[in-house]
Design a protein. Structure first.
Length: 69
């Protein structure tokens, strides 16, 4: 499973005055940045690192919510 196949979303937080990126398959992971793209890039870096750790340990990946994977 590639981390690219997960479901990402980025939203503006009025309270925090920053963009927050989240990935539905890993609800505990999120990243913040002053730009939408920056928040998404930061989160993808974290997801790729977590995916690598899971692969290295032989653990199962969360199933993608995307119907095309």
């Amino acid at each position: 499973m590639s981390a690219a196949h997960y479901t990402y979303e980025v939203a503006w937080s009025v309270e925090e005055r920053t963009f927050i990126a989240r990935v539905k398959e890993f609800p505990s992971l999120e990243a913040r940045d002053s730009s939408r793209g920056g928040a998404l890039r930061a989160l993808k870096s974290v997801v790729y690192a977590v995916a690598k750790e899971l692969a290295d340990s032989g653990a199962e990946f969360p199933k993608s919510l995307s119907p095309d994977t």
